[in-house]
Ligand binder design. Structure first.
Ligand SMILES: Nc1nc2c(ncn2[C@@H]2O[C@H](COP(=O)(O)OP(=O)(O)OP(=O)(O)O)[C@@H](O)[C@H]2O)c(=O)[nH]1
Length: 382
């Protein structure tokens, strides 16, 4: 399309700070991977604190150190494995790259193992079951949260039953029954809450999409003419200023042109306003098809259009305009009035270095007036 004149400014990009380089190295620069790894690191921090407490408990002889050490090593190995899988990008091969479900299942299995190993202080692990499910609630589907809750209940129930039989001194059966019922109640509440959370997430997502749509529409309306779809006057002024600024930094020279459709009032008067609108759309389509992709055309107002034509080596700037004139002589711009042909006059001028844009437009307008006075259907270069 000949409306694309944007060239990237050469703003220097500053080097990232050392801490951000370290964060990129550890967590990658991909925002999604980063989110997964950040959650995993948070879970690892909780695990590390748990392991530190276990070491302290074992040193103080609060519970048997050997079993707890096995669970601690397993926990550290599990976290490290998930970190490697996500950091290396292997997780991208799975349907859910967050790996939330396998992580939750692994974490709950470790908590259940910790429950079995911690003897006299085993109930301290129960809040961890809730914490792990809370991690899952924010990312998993409601069905996956339900399945994870059921798995957790079965795993912890089996451990409670096993330990109340093998070590009733530290796992009194009655206390275990109480723990089991309480755990089941909390997990059921979490499963229920996750339903609300999922519908809330869905609502937020659809609101975000609607907002993005509205924003895109507003942006389009602010910069484009509704009838022809061409850039509007304000956008063309922005493009003109961009070109002028680029020129001061050694960019291309350029011409500015004004096109005015000839006897357009007569089209409206003879065939009606709708045909007039159709003709304006037809003109815009032809102009976009015929002009160079480096040229820009926008609706300046009514039946007047503004052109920006970068100078690509020696040659007449009117070549593109004459190509457009020839194309319009051959093209029907209204389906209801197929014999209707558009003619136009054009005024062109070369932008002088450092010249205010208003002055350039005034000169182009003067050139256009000269073309009109000279009998229309022509281009004048001033
Ligand atoms: N259908 C339609 N007509 C428009 C629109 N904007 C401006 N016009 C019409 O364009 C016509 C311009 O008329 P004039 O300024 O007299 O120009 P002209 O008839 O083209 O005559 P010359 O420019 O001297 O050749 C007016 O009748 C406006 O109503 C539009 O969006 N749609």
């Amino acid at each position: 399309m000949p409306t694309k004149l944007a060239a990237l400014s050469s703003t220097p990009v500053s080097a990232p700070a050392p801490h951000s380089r370290l964060a990129d190295l550890l967590l990658t620069s991909d925002p999604r991977q980063r989110r997964c790894l950040t959650v995993l690191l948070l879970a690892s921090l909780v695990t590390a604190i748990g392991i530190a407490l276990c070491i302290a408990g074992a040193v103080l002889d609060v519970f048997p150190g050997r079993d707890v050490a096995v669970v601690a090593v397993l926990a550290a190995a599990t976290m490290a494995t998930f970190f490697v899988i996500i950091r290396s990008g292997v997780n991208q091969r799975f349907a859910d790259p967050t790996l939330a479900y396998p992580q939750i299942i692994a974490a709950q299995s470790l908590v259940a193992a910790g429950y079995a190993a911690l003897g006299p202080v085993h109930t301290a692990t129960l809040p961890l079951l809730v914490l792990v499910m809370t991690f899952g609630m924010f990312t998993m589907r409601a069905a996956a949260v339900r399945a994870a809750c059921i798995y957790t209940l079965v795993a912890i129930g089996a451990v409670m039953l096993w330990r109340s039989r093998t070590d009733p001194a530290h796992y009194p059966p009655l206390l275990e029954c109480f723990n089991f019922v309480m755990t089941a109640t909390v997990l059921a509440a979490i499963a229920q809450l996750s339903n609300h959370l999922v519908s809330l997430r869905a609502r937020l997502k659809s609101q975000r999409l609607a907002l993005e749509d509205a924003l895109a529409q507003i942006r389009e309306l602010a910069t484009h003419d509704e009838l022809t779809g061409l850039p509007n006057r304000r956008h063309m002024l922005d493009l003109l200023n961009e070109h002028a600024q680029r020129r001061t930094r050694g960019g291309q020279r350029f011409y500015v042109g004004l096109i005015d459709l000839d006897h357009f009032k007569a089209i409206n008067d003879s065939y009606g306003h709708c045909v007039g609108d159709e003709a304006l759309r037809g003109f815009a389509q032809q102009a976009q098809a015929v002009l160079r992709t480096t040229d820009a055309i926008g609706r300046w107002g009514g039946e007047e259009f503004l052109l920006i034509l970068p100078e690509n080596g020696p040659g007449e700037p009117t070549v593109g305009i004459e190509r457009l004139r020839a194309a319009l002589a051959d093209t029907a711009v209204s389906s209801s009035v197929p014999q209707l042909r558009l003619r136009f006059s054009a005024g062109l001028t070369r932008v002088r270095d450092g010249e205010p844009i208003g002055q350039v437009i005034e000169r182009a307008d003067h050139a256009l007036y000269t073309a009109k006075s000279a009998g229309r259907g022509r281009a004048v270069l001033l």
